[in-house]
Design a protein around this ligand. Structure first.
Ligand code: NAD
Length: 485
């Protein structure tokens, strides 16, 4: 692997080349730093500050202090601050997009742009949401109301696949409900979060949002810390279990958005030629590094061969490359650890002798973490490629005969994030969707999200939800008031 230094790449792209922790409203350096690599080249693009345990402690104490005044502000005042934050982010969005591509790999002109735009839209729209007081009873003698009060300091821990969107998804609802936040992004993609943390210091009061980069041990400290009231975590199921275990020390509120092995079921009467392209992007967008990517594609046996052939033909037209190139449609795998995991899975697929009509061979001589678009034709249900979350650009297209059987196979997964059903008879497709044991289902469409639509996983895919009223309420305590008149 080439670990040459190209620290001037950011400068050439008109970006800052020095990154700071943001703690208590100030931009702070650390004694130590770590390398951040461009996954398209494996060159070092920047040094990220490695926050010390003491700096984390300072940020948590500052957040606890800031909570007193921030939570006392009116909802409208907090909303005004967050709207200003959205404007400040928008003013720097081009830099954020380029930085996202350079550290994460996704194509600048398509997926990085839409991630950043969606994230800013989210901040702006969430700032306009409110949790109304619920009046349960209002009689001549008695009033009963349900209010939602902020929790305190929230620890946010985020992954490397959508660092901007998933980070800001946490910031806006946390702050609007009156909490303060200490965020720790993934050590693989810290730069965009440090950047939006830095922007926050120009508009938010000190201590309301601090962002600190560092290794997993910082995350561990956050999950154990007695002054943290809630953890909002997005990442793997394995880490989610650890977060839950250490959060038990002070009964932290916990929201976990974890892994998935989402199925798409294409029924016999689907208008299948029209869905080849949307299903391709639902599976391969962000190079498959997506919690809700389609990871198992079940197609009725009467159309399986024709569908797979058309799917492969379309997939052949998609260009994998450096996300900074205008022509690139899919970028590299974000980090070497995930790339090595994929090499192992590809090796298993090859050894087992499954039919691979497209891709299948990773060229290790390339400097970047490039993995070709790979389709596996009808591997057995118990194969690793069907059972595991690959988190890369490889998809099994599996034939089924019987609807009852496919529902049982879909639900046999320990994960339950999302799923989709595609069919001509809308009612029949909805009936199948209703039986999927997942937090989200789509019928004849996919990957629709909304500010007001709760999103969360069943089973090993998570706990609690983000977005919607329920997501906002997840950053609060429920408080019942009873007043005698
Ligand atoms: P990860 O679990 O390895 O890391 C996530 C974050 O947890 C990182 O910031 C990491 O530094 C931190 N961390 C690691 N060990 C920790 C510990 N002991 N205590 C506290 N924090 C710790 O996950 P990842 O590889 O960054 O992300 C990929 C996974 O995330 C996939 O499984 C994917 O499906 C999942 N994901 C889920 C969603 C969702 O909304 N459900 C969204 C995106 C990604």
């Amino acid at each position: 692997m080439n670990t040459a230094h190209s620290l001037d790449l950011l400068q050439a792209a008109g970006l800052p080349s020095v990154f700071h922790l943001s703690i208590n409203g100030k931009l702070v350096d650390a004694d130590r730093s770590f390398d951040v690599l461009n996954p398209a080249t494996n060159e070092v693009i920047a040094k990220a500050p490695q926050a010390s345990a003491q700096q984390l402690e300072d940020a948590i104490q500052a957040a606890a202090q800031a909570f007193k005044s921030w939570s006392a502000l009116s909802w409208q005042t907090r909303s005004d601050y967050i709207l200003q934050y959205a404007d400040a982010l928008e003013a720097r969005q081009d830099e954020l997009i380029t930085l996202l591509t350079l550290e994460q790999g996704k194509p600048k002109h398509s997926q990085a742009k839409s991630e950043v735009e969606a994230a800013i839209y989210w901040v702006r729209e969430v700032a306009k949401r409110e949790i109304p007081v619920q009046v349960i009873e209002d009689t001549a003698e008695h009033v009963v109301e349900v209010h939602h009060t902020p929790l305190g300091v929230v620890g946010a821990i985020t992954p490397w696949n959508f660092p901007v969107l998933l980070g800001l998804w946490k910031v806006a609802p946390c702050l609007i409900t009156g909490n303060t936040m200490v965020m720790k992004p993934s050590p693989y993609t810290p730069l965009t979060s440090l950047f939006f943390g830095e922007i926050a210091q120009s508009v938010l009061p000190p201590g309301v949002l601090s962002v600190l980069s560092g290794g997993n041990e910082l995350g561990q400290i956050i999950t154990e810390h007695p002054a943290i009231a809630k953890i909002s975590f997005t990442g793997s199921t394995a880490t989610g279990k650890k977060v839950m275990a250490s959060g038990a020390s002070n009964l932290k509120r916990i929201t976990l958005e974890l892994g998935g092995n989402d199925a798409a079921v294409v029924l016999a009467d689907a208008d299948w030629p029209s869905i080849v392209k949307p299903l391709f992007w639902a599976a391969f967008g962000n190079s498959g590094q997506w919690c809700i990517a389609v990871k198992r594609l079940y197609v009725h046996s009467s159309i399986h061969a024709a569908f797979t052939a058309a799917f492969v033909e379309y997939a052949k037209t998609v260009k994998v490359g450096d996300g900074m190139d205008q022509a690139t449609e899919l970028g590299p795998i974000q980090n070497r650890m995930q790339y090595e995991k994929l090499i192992d899975l590809f090796e298993d697929t090859r050894k087992q002798g499954y039919k691979v009509p497209l891709g299948g061979v990773i060229d290790r001589s390339l400097a970047g973490n490039f993995v070709p678009v790979t389709v596996v034709d009808n591997p057995p249900e118990n194969s690793r490629i069907v059972q595991e979350e690959p988190f890369g650009p490889i998809l099994p297209v599996i034939a089924f005969d019987d609807v009852e059987d496919v529902i049982a196979r879909v639900n046999a997964s320990p994960y339950g994030l999302a799923g989709s059903v595609w069919g001509g008879d809308r009612a029949a497709a909805i009936a199948v969707a209703k039986r999927m044991e997942t937090g989200t289902v789509w019928v004849n469409e996919i990957h629709i999200h909304g500010i007001d639509i709760p999103f969360g996983g069943h089973k090993l895919s998570g706990m609690g939800v983000e977005n919607g009223q329920e997501g906002l309420a997840g950053f609060t305590n429920t408080k019942s008031y009873m007043f005698k008149k």
